[in-house]
Ligand binder design. Structure first.
Ligand code: ADP
Ligand code: MG
Length: 695
């Protein structure tokens, strides 16, 4: 059989690497490894350092050292104060050492009898043995224990492929192909940042001769990934800044005063600062691309309405786009209240308009008669033509990543865009998903906010008490949300959560003195709106729902939030839910019902009990669950990174961002030295992110 030789050796199918072959080639495809290049860029998940594994009789006190052995005994016991101590005994070839952990009961399950592990730490003598307190543990694969020495990179695997096989293939590929790897980074730039050459890095990744070399290699590979992405963001931003055809909106003290008078309160410092940022953008001549980040309940709507009214005052149209119909309706109502005595012409554009209504509304928007438009993103992005669009505000849209955030189709207009996220998002996500936007951060809340009392409820006794408390509150006139994870549960399985439909029946029976309503996403829109209205008007005391009430809904008299099977929700989601009940003048209470014994469930719910800071919660959520979940989707391609991990590699991200914006903004990126890199960036992101081909 003859094989076709590709132009670029790195495009050689992975099966032709020494030690691979067709069968393993098929297995590699399951890891998304098709070519030599894919194989070389398969970054190890860690490296096992077996260069200095000691026997117990070689150990000394207070120095960090590593031992290898087999777990032959584990136990966990409670000590005074409810603390637990977990202890494991390691057989290191006839001699024993012990590892101990305080308050980490889950270690017991992770240290299975018979598993082979490394302990790294500073040992102490205790009861005639070496003891490691909270050692770092590395679990050895069956394959690992055979090989004695050296630094062994370990990779993500797939069934049927063994660690030592994959290791041999990556090492052979590095030996045979590293010389063909071109380096797109200019040498001077590389030297400035002390980055190794790319072929050296690929070698150091798979054949490290020291941990330091491995770390530097990994840094280079991850840096490239993040750097290219940040360059794309910087290019997109620069392209925006270069367009100077955006509407120029000059505000005046008179306009400012007229707008402020519409609100029954003084703006917070955060709102004032954000408004200053926005006003500067609106006057600048280049289109605003700004992200407004704030905690739940901070009052982003005020900034949005102010921005839109400036546009209207300057003779432009403004649009506010919400992610759901429910939210669009609510925004429309809020705006109605604020503009009660104003002549500003506003329209609501949603999917539930009749054909005739829709036609009229579209006509009013196209003629310019409609000045302020509220609607859902889906409806507005489809086929709406504006006469003179000046400002677009996109609310709660962080489910859409940087790639998906399409430009508003506005004909020849180049409107100012303000994006608002529902809940705070972690900084690393902000720098990637929203890395092309300017940022306004509001960290204060309107005065008089109550901090919601939050408790996790576990066990029959606690549940009973919580329900009694709820009844009392309802009797004194407050209202309650009961949120379930599912619309319909699996009734055949006792362990699965009940659905909202079943909970609703039970609550109706359990609370005969109160009126109970039900809303969920599978209900008809109009039905749902009726129930929501009844709840808002106080006709209903209790609302059983799914997370359809998650975003934005505002009922000041509702002070109770009961979340069932709370461990099934994301932290930010729970924080958002809790945000629903912190708005009135009454104290709010949030009960997180959860019987789960999983360690991370306890950890997460505890984070909510102990802090009200949405920014802090977002970070914790992100650490535990990763970016896909925090963004609300796990779809592939959502995060256009190849190898970097945003939770782990934040330092590299910071460096990559700083350098990328520096080389683009200084013009260095346009010099011939950077031409190969620019080609790569445009190839990888040009279409995806709508970058100008000339850079
Ligand atoms: P979010 O940032 O979560 O979208 P909202 O804009 O819905 O918050 O505002 C939450 C609540 O706070 C609303 O009821 C709003 O009327 C109120 N609010 C906003 N700004 C202020 C302020 N400066 N003073 C008092 N109340 C305010
Ligand atoms: Mg809001």
């Amino acid at each position: 059989m003859t094989t076709q030789t590709p132009d670029n050796p790195l495009d050689t199918p992975a099966q032709f690497v020494r030690g691979a072959g067709p069968q393993r080639g098929e297995l590699l495809k399951k890891l998304d490894i098709h070519t030599v290049r894919d194989l070389l860029w398969h970054v190890p998940r860690d490296v096992l350092d077996l260069t200095d594994v000691r026997q117990p009789d070689e150990l000394v006190e207070k120095l960090e050292q590593t031992v290898r052995g087999e777990v032959v005994d584990v136990d966990a016991k409670q000590v005074s104060g409810g603390r637990t101590i977990t202890a494991a005994l390691l057989d290191c070839g006839g001699d024993y050492v012990r590892g101990v952990w305080f308050n980490q009961p889950w270690m017991r399950k992770r240290l299975m009898m018979g598993s082979k592990v490394l302990f790294t730490g500073k040992p102490k003598r205790h009861q005639g043995r070496w003891e490691f307190g909270h050692p770092q543990v590395q679990w050895l694969d069956d394959d690992d224990s055979g090989e004695g020495v050296g630094l062994l990179p370990r990779y993500g695997l797939t069934e049927g492929l063994r660690m030592h096989e994959l290791r041999r293939m990556t090492q052979n590929a590095a030996e045979d192909f590293a010389e063909f790897i071109p380096d797109a980074l200019p040498q001077s730039f590389r030297q400035k940042l002390k980055l190794p050459a790319l072929n050296m890095a690929v070698n150091g990744l798979h054949l490290p001769s020291s941990l330091d070399e491995y770390e530097r290699a990994r840094h280079r590979i991850l840096f490239d990934d993040l750097f290219e992405f940040q360059l794309a963001l910087a290019l997109r931003r620069r392209a925006w800044k270069r367009e100077d055809d955006a509407p120029v909106m000059q505000t005046t003290a008179k306009i400012d005063a007229r707008i402020r008078r519409l609100f029954p309160f003084r703006f917070t410092d955060g709102q004032d600062a954000a408004i200053r940022d926005v006003v500067a953008d609106l006057q600048s001549g280049t289109a605003m691309h700004r992200l407004l980040q704030a905690d739940v309940g901070a009052g982003k709507t005020v900034v949005a309405v102010y921005t839109m009214l400036v546009a209207v005052a300057c003779g432009y149209q403004a649009v506010l786009m919400a992610p759901t119909e429910l939210l669009a309706l609510q925004h429309a109502e809020t705006i109605e209240t604020i503009l009660e005595n104003s002549r500003v012409k506003r329209v609501l554009l949603t999917g539930s308009l009749s054909a005739a209504q829709r036609r009229d509304t579209l006509a009013a928007i196209a003629s310019g008669e409609a000045e302020l438009v509220v609607g859902t993103q889906a409806v507005i992005q489809k086929d709406v033509k504006f006469a003179k669009l000046g400002v677009a505000v996109i609310d709660e849209q962080h489910k859409f990543g940087v790639v998906q955030r399409a430009r508003i189709s506005a004909g020849d207009d180049n409107p100012h865009v303000l994006v608002m996220t529902a809940t705070p998002i972690p900084r690393s996500l902000c720098l990637t998903q929203f890395g092309d936007l300017d940022l306004s951060l509001m960290t204060d809340l309107p005065p008089g906010r109550q901090r919601v009392v939050t408790s996790r409820i576990t066990g029959e006794g606690a549940k009973q008490k919580a329900w009694d408390f709820v009844k009392n509150q309802l009797a004194s006139g407050r209202q309650a949300y009961i949120v379930c994870p599912l619309v319909k549960g699996d009734e055949s399985n006792e362990d699965k959560p009940r659905g909202a439909d079943v909970i609703y029946e039970r609550v109706v029976k359990a609370l005969p003195d109160f009126r109970v309503g039900l809303v969920h996403g599978q209900m008809d829109r109009k039905e749902r709106a009726v129930v929501m209205d009844d709840f808002r008007d106080g006709e209903l005391n209790v609302l059983v729902s799914t997370t359809v009430i998650e975003v934005g809904v505002d009922v000041p008299n509702a002070t109770l939030m009961i979340v069932l099977d709370a461990e099934r929700f994301g932290l930010s989601q729970l924080h958002q839910l809790r945000g629903r009940i912190s708005r009135g003048s009454y104290q709010g209470y949030c009960f997180l019902f959860s019987e789960s014994s999983a360690p991370d469930a306890a950890q997460r719910l505890h984070a909510l009990e102990s802090t009200a800071d949405g920014f802090r919660i977002a970070e914790v959520d992100f650490e535990i669950r990763g970016p896909g979940d925090v963004l609300g989707t796990r779809q592939h391609g959502e995060m256009p990174l190849r190898v970097a991990n945003l939770t782990r590699d934040i330092k590299i991200l910071d460096e990559a961002r700083r350098e990328a914006f520096a080389v683009v903004d200084s013009g260095e990126f346009d010099t011939p030295e950077f031409a190969p890199l620019k080609r790569e960036v445009l190839e990888r992101f040009g279409r995806l992110m709508d970058l100008p081909q000339s850079g």
